[in-house]
Design a protein around this ligand. Structure first.
Ligand code: HXC
Length: 257
């Protein structure tokens, strides 16, 4: 398949999937989502492929959903298109996949990393939910998955202030499985993926389903609730202001409307 925004490589039984929009720090737009849906479906249905690694660049796993794509949209646009509802197609992947994160994993980038079965982090990784600075909220599961992962106190502080946390803090908080030196990230990811790929395929799916069952009680409702509120903010003035301020590289001037 001819992809524009991602790179897909098969290394033995491991699929290495690399986000590839360097000019936008791998910001996630509709094209990226469309290509990821296709690539994850191809992985899931290929019996020769047993583990998938999703990674980005040294500087950014992904710096969020694409602000420039969202900026002009209103509530009706977001709600009618169920904007980013397609991510469920990625999280429906039955076979194991994990995120190998270096650099920024912000907003939607943090949220996609949290969709993975687990996160392997480089010591350069930085996680955050800065959507509040744009006058909105997480919209791809962040308010739910972050809270499950790190607990209310840290999730609330991160969502209300937009503060980023580094790899060490993320590991202490239970957000990432393991931290490795940045130069080792890809090697460690491939070794880990090969270990998983060497296991009985059905047992891998069953283990994944079980751990997710423990994690997911109430998650689906939480994510729908989050998405509707997120869509709703696109009817506010402060969403237009926050996103315009980002594009114009100036601080936001809030009206509270
Ligand atoms: C669109 C983005 C982007 C984004 C970066 N870029 N993040 N474009 N959407 N999320 C673009 C910049 O506009 C710039 O393009 C280029 O990438 C390089 O970014 P710089 O800002 O120049 O890099 P740097 O100074 O190193 O700062 C890195 C950064 C900063 C701290 C990560 O880019 C940043 O704050 N980005 C936004 C992070 C964010 O708010 N994420 C949440 C998005 S909302 P030009 O053309 O100017 O060179 C979200 C909602 C999720 O994710 C819910 C969806 C349903």
């Amino acid at each position: 398949t001819d992809y524009q925004t991602i790179l897909v490589e098969q290394r033995g039984a491991v699929t290495l999937l690399t986000l590839n929009r360097p000019q936008a720090l791998n910001a996630l737009n509709s094209e990226v989502l469309k290509e990821l849906i296709t690539a994850f479906a191809a992985y899931d249905s290929d019996e020769g492929q047993r583990c998938l690694v999703l990674t980005g660049s040294e500087k950014a796993f992904a710096a969020g959903a694409d602000i420039k794509e969202m900026q002009a949209q209103g509530f009706a646009d977001m709600y009618a298109s169920n904007f980013f509802g397609g991510w469920e197609r990625v999280t429906d992947t039955r076979k194991p996949w994990f995120a190998a994160v270096a650099g920024y994993a912000l907003g939607g980038g943090c949220e996609v990393a949290m969709m993975a079965d687990f996160i392997l982090a480089a010591d350069t990784a930085r996680f955050g939910q800065p959507e509040i600075k744009l006058g909105v909220t997480p919209g791809m599961g962040g308010s739910q998955r972050l809270t499950h992962a790190v607990g209310k106190a840290k999730a609330m502080e991160m969502c209300l202030t937009g503060r980023m946390i580094g790899a060490e803090e993320a590991e202490r908080a239970g957000l990432v499985a393991r931290v490795v030196p940045a130069a080792e990230l890809l090697n460690e990811a491939m070794k880990t993926a090969e270990t998983i790929a060497g296991m009985a395929p059905l047992a891998a799916i069953a283990n994944k389903e079980m751990v997710n069952a423990a994690f997911e009680q109430g998650l689906a409702q939480g994510i729908r609730f989050e998405r509707r509120l997120f869509h709703g903010l696109f009817g506010s003035e402060d969403q237009k202001e926050g996103m315009a301020a980002f594009v114009e590289k100036r601080p936001g001037n809030w009206t509270g409307r």
